[in-house]
Design a protein around this ligand. Structure first.
Ligand code: NAD
Length: 168
């Protein structure tokens, strides 16, 4: 399955960064958070970062406009889940909250959607243990922290075979 649409759940420090590199790479991102202020802050931060990149000649105005057009911010979880090819959960580092999120993903996402957690320390097998679709659950490491520009442009192709660990 080709990934085109990504639902990023949680618009904090990590979620907003993931959304930023994903729209920069051409993906459509639905960035969801229960907190409207977090979404406003995330969008403003992404715009600020892109403006800096334009100022430094690392991105054109047109590229910035195109990337921003690929970002949809929403508090509605169904909106973020229903068309997503890939979900990246990046909410608080709490097992119960993450397990609840994955129960919701199973209810709201299409059967083929890949369900990823951006947890830094929790066992991905525990997070995925509460749903039936365990073969769709993966853990992410951080390609977005890489300095190499071409690696950042194709994060999924780069990390899928190497760094993602299946939870089944
Ligand atoms: N993979 C890594 O290398 C790495 C590095 C740092 C952090 N992390 C992980 O990324 C995750 C997010 O970390 P952060 O620093 O961005 O946290 P943060 O506190 O900055 O942001 C978390 C966001 O999740 C939102 N949220 C909480 N419950 C929610 C829900 N039910 N639905 C939607 N949104 C919800 C909050 O409103 C907040 O905006 C954590 O699990 C953290 O451990 C991973």
């Amino acid at each position: 399955m080709e990934i085109q649409i990504i639902g990023v759940i949680g618009a904090g420090a990590m979620g907003s960064g993931i959304a930023q590199v994903s729209i920069e790479a051409g993906y459509t991102v639905f960035l969801q958070d229960i907190n409207e202020n977090a979404l406003l802050k995330a969008k403003a931060g992404i715009e600020k970062n892109f403006n800096k990149m334009v100022g430094k000649g690392k991105m054109t105005e047109a590229e910035m406009t195109t990337a921003l057009a690929h970002l949809v911010c929403t508090t509605n979880l169904l909106t973020a889940c229903k068309d997503a090819d890939l979900i990246i959960e990046s909410v608080f580092e709490n097992l119960e909250i993450k397990q609840d999120m994955f129960r919701e993903f199973e209810r709201l996402c299409r059967p083929e959607t890949i369900l990823a957690s951006n947890t830094s320390a929790l066992p991905i097998t525990e997070i995925g243990s509460v749903i039936k679709r365990k073969d769709k659950v993966i853990g992410l490491l951080r390609p977005w922290s890489m300095s190499n520009k071409s690696a950042r442009k194709q994060p999924w192709q780069l990390i899928m075979p190497v760094l993602l660990s299946a939870a089944c």
